[in-house]
Design a protein around this ligand. Structure first.
Ligand SMILES: NC(=O)c1ccc[n+]([C@@H]2O[C@H](COP(=O)([O-])OP(=O)(O)OC[C@H]3O[C@@H](n4cnc5c(N)ncnc54)[C@H](OP(=O)(O)O)[C@@H]3O)[C@@H](O)[C@H]2O)c1
Length: 293
């Protein structure tokens, strides 16, 4: 068989996806597309019934998994169950996530830690048991769903942005660590997409104490975000899911950061340009700190 024919043959083989947070939003439409194009998918949720209500019973193409992402044993079991059901995993998509809101001065420690448990430590748990499968066969793709809030800190969303900056940091590191193993790793950073994500954002005013006058514009921003923007986001999750499934069969390298959505591209470009400009402006001072040897 020629190399071209072998590549075409491989491109037709069904891929096995493992997708977290699949009962709603981006994860749900993504799993629907994976099944529709003939690939296979293990889908996780806190509530297995939600998955079976949407996608039906387990089959040759589909496996529903009840998983507590913050619990290492639960994640480990789900990866083992996926391999038992499908024989392998080709694409891992760490999608589950939510936003705790509130200003940094007053957001409760518990809400920050809970947000990190799902958005960051849940991702580490999946990678701890998922990476060896891809690394050992020297192929595959890992997509971590971050956010443009992983490149820019937005007021009122400090805890969430901190989790997504962490996701970007671990993704860059993993991409470097797996380069020689031929496993692709990318961080997808969406802007606003019309899901229940904003509706599911956790606002915790009851624990924030008395409102602080100086922060009123930020409280208003959070409120406007949760009420005014919800349902009017410009991004179509179906188009985002098309990009994600396309990445799985993309030939060649992928960028470590992929900004998705016109808003995400626009915000990120402005931020990155400003960051380069700041670096260059200060470089004559900040780059002269080596020992005089
Ligand atoms: N929509 C946007 O505008 C937007 C923008 C930037 C980034 N993102 C990111 O995209 C990803 C998907 O968000 P989405 O828009 O699809 O939101 P969504 O509609 O609220 O769905 C979020 C999914 O994450 C899981 N999840 C939420 N809170 C969880 C928790 N406490 N423990 C475990 N799982 C939890 C849910 O899984 P269950 O099945 O267990 O309920 C759910 O299926 C998230 O990582 C989010 O940060 C979204």
């Amino acid at each position: 068989m020629s190399t071209a024919a072998a590549t075409a043959d491989a491109a037709k083989q069904p891929l096995v996806f493992y997708v977290t947070g699949a009962s709603k939003g981006i994860g749900k439409v993504l799993v629907q597309k994976i099944i529709a194009q003939g690939d296979k998918v293990a889908a996780t949720s806190r509530d297995k019934k939600q998955l079976t209500d949407i996608f039906g019973q387990d089959s040759e193409q589909f496996l529903s998994l009840a998983v507590e992402l913050a619990t290492e044993e639960s994640v480990k079991q789900s990866i083992q169950d996926t391999v038992k059901h499908f024989g392998t995993i080709d694409v891992i998509i760490n999608n589950a996530g939510y936003a705790a809101t509130g200003v940094i001065e007053t957001i409760a420690d518990r809400h920050i830690r809970d947000n990190f448990d799902i958005n960051v430590f849940g991702v580490f748990n999946v990678l701890r048991y998922g990476v060896p499968i891809l690394r050992n066969k020297k192929s595959g793709l890992i997509i971590n769903i971050s956010s443009v809030g992983g490149t820019i800190g937005f007021q009122g969303f400090g805890a969430y942005c901190a989790t997504k900056f962490a996701v970007n940091g671990l993704t860059e590191t993993l991409a470097a660590e797996l380069k020689s193993s031929n496993v692709k790793v990318t961080s997808v950073e969406p802007g606003y997409f019309r899901t229940d994500f904003i509706g599911n954002a956790k606002e915790n005013p009851e624990e924030a104490g008395a409102p602080i006058e100086e922060y009123k514009p930020i409280y208003d921003f959070i409120h406007h975000h949760n009420v005014g923007i919800h349902g009017k986001q410009r991004g179509d999750p179906s188009k985002l899911a098309d990009i994600l499934v396309g990445l799985a069969r993309h030939q060649g390298d992928l960028p470590t950061h992929l900004y998705v959505g016109a808003d995400s591209n626009e915000y990120a470009l402005a931020k990155l340009k400003q960051q380069v400009a700041d670096l260059e402006k200060w470089q004559s001072i900040t780059s002269k700190t080596d020992f005089d040897e």
